[in-house]
Design a protein around this ligand. Structure first.
Ligand code: ARG
Length: 468
């Protein structure tokens, strides 16, 4: 669920019964986080169940209280999912809502659940669980993107296109090689996410407010019940740091930047000036006035949403940077950027997989452009080194002079007469014409990681084994 099921009530909260005066409406407004953190309900209930079972196992709660609590929590979950929970700003957040409703439902045992627990360790645990699920979902989505990129690459091992530097045609490459560049980037993103998940996977529950507790709790039991590798080491750190979220948002920002670069390529390549690809109807929009337009809105939005994702990381860094240890309410503001960043990235990854999966590629047009602007001039210089025996710097000068001559004569390198080339560089022979084609330029680049068909086929096999 990403939409809050709505039902509202207003009352004095549970937390200020010892106060004489009521709260100002505006205080409720600024203090309540339920509009945002209701999304933690499943994690909150899972955490409460684990805590309750541990309290029973440790003899801190009676088995009958434990049973009443677990049954009650299931009712609360069902009510939230059915949209029947009465949300109330005076109850501030999801933790108080679950506890208050539980106590309404089951009475006395509900009041015992919060033994040896604080909202501080509760929220730190809930958010870790939420971020962990989000990272797992992103890994799956990036895997789906890997699948479509690799499938497209398999169809285009022979498709030649211009490779660019400075957005100028540089050397011919294959489209498969180009796509595999993104496969590498998204592969590193997935690795970073896995790495962040490993560090995240420690359980703060049992840190309580900040100092731990005098009750004989078993933190190992709650940690393993919630799928964590171990409990966190320091109770003060556990309730006050959010670096697990910062890491998730950092890797998300990097991944969004990769998506944004690919989105930018799709915007350019689908424009009539390039015409390398055509986005499917499903991923194109029309103009309200110009009937001929096919706009790449989804790609543009992926590019733009990257700004939001980077902004969320920035927000969270700034929220945390000035906080003294341990907990401060500032930390309540961690959820908005965390949810927004990870939700938005997931949306962008899905949209990108959709666009790439349905891309139509104009091989002919790519090939025409691959030979443009003397893109095999480096091959001529390399030939002059290999066959002509020149030092590379001299070969570079001679090849440059030959390109200038061809440009002035308005012809491609292959059509420049041998004698004309020899006037510039006497060591040139007929065999130079064997290496000036774009196909040769591609096939000859057999160095590891290079664009030749042999290397790209190997890279494809390696990518499939590694990422799929
Ligand atoms: N809603 C709070 C948050 O998200 C829960 C923790 C409240 N703790 C407290 N000491 N007021 O941070």
């Amino acid at each position: 669920m990403t939409e809050k099921p709505s039902a509202q009530k207003n009352s004095e909260g549970l937390l200020r019964r010892h106060f004489e005066g009521g709260t100002a409406d505006i205080m409720n407004k600024i203090n309540a986080s339920i509009d945002v953190d209701w999304r933690l309900y499943a994690q909150d209930i899972a955490g409460s169940n684990a805590h309750c079972r541990m309290l029973v196992a440790q003899g801190i709660l009676s088995p009958s209280d434990g049973e009443a609590i677990e049954n009650g929590l299931e009712v609360v979950r069902a009510e939230i999912e059915a949209g029947a929970m009465q949300f109330d700003p005076a109850l501030e957040d999801i933790h108080m809502h679950v506890e208050a409703r539980l106590t309404e439902l089951i009475g006395e045992p509900g009041k015992r659940l919060h033994t040896a627990r604080s909202r501080n360790d509760q929220v730190a645990t809930d958010l870790r669980l939420w971020v962990r699920d989000a990272l797992d979902g992103l890994d799956q989505a990036l895997r789906d993107l890997h699948v479509v990129l690799i499938e497209l690459a398999e169809d285009h091992v022979e498709t030649v296109m211009p490779g660019f530097t400075h957005s100028q045609p540089a050397q011919p490459v294959t489209f498969a090689h180009y796509l595999l560049a993104y496969v590498e980037m998204f592969g590193r993103d997935r690795d970073r996410m896995k790495d962040a998940r490993t560090r995240l996977n420690e359980c703060p529950l049992g840190s309580v407010a900040l100092a731990g507790t005098s009750f004989d709790i078993d933190r190992g039991a709650t940690a393993s019940a919630l799928g964590f590798d171990r409990p966190t080491a320091n109770s003060i750190d556990s309730v006050s740091d959010r670096d697990f979220a910062l890491e998730a948002l950092s890797v998300s920002a990097i991944s969004a930047v990769h998506l944004s670069r690919l989105a930018e390529e799709l915007v350019l390549w689908s424009s009539p000036a390039f015409a390398f690809v055509r986005l499917s109807d499903e991923f194109s929009t029309g103009s309200s006035i110009m009937p001929q337009k096919r706009n790449p809105d989804a790609a543009e939005l992926v590019r733009a949403k990257t700004g939001r994702i980077i902004g969320s990381l920035n927000s969270l860094l700034i929220i945390i940077k000035g906080l003294p240890l341990a907990y401060a309410k500032d930390l309540q503001e961690d959820k908005d950027p965390t949810f927004d960043s990870l939700d938005t990235l997931l949306l962008c990854v899905h949209a990108m997989a959709g666009m790439v999966g349905a891309l139509e590629v104009d091989k002919k047009r790519m090939r025409e452009c691959a030979g443009a602007d003397y893109s095999t001039a480096t091959d001529l210089a390399d030939w002059l080194v290999r066959v002509g025996g020149l030092a590379f710097r001299d070969a570079y000068d001679s090849a440059g002079a030959i390109v200038r001559l061809a440009r002035d004569s308005g012809c491609v390198l292959e059509n420049l007469p041998l004698v004309e080339m020899q006037k510039i560089e006497p060591s040139v022979t007929e065999s130079v014409f064997d290496i000036l084609s774009i196909d040769n330029a591609v096939a000859s680049r057999v160095s590891q990681g290079g664009t030749s068909g042999v290397r790209v086929r190997e890279a494809l096999a390696a990518a499939k084994a590694r990422y799929l």
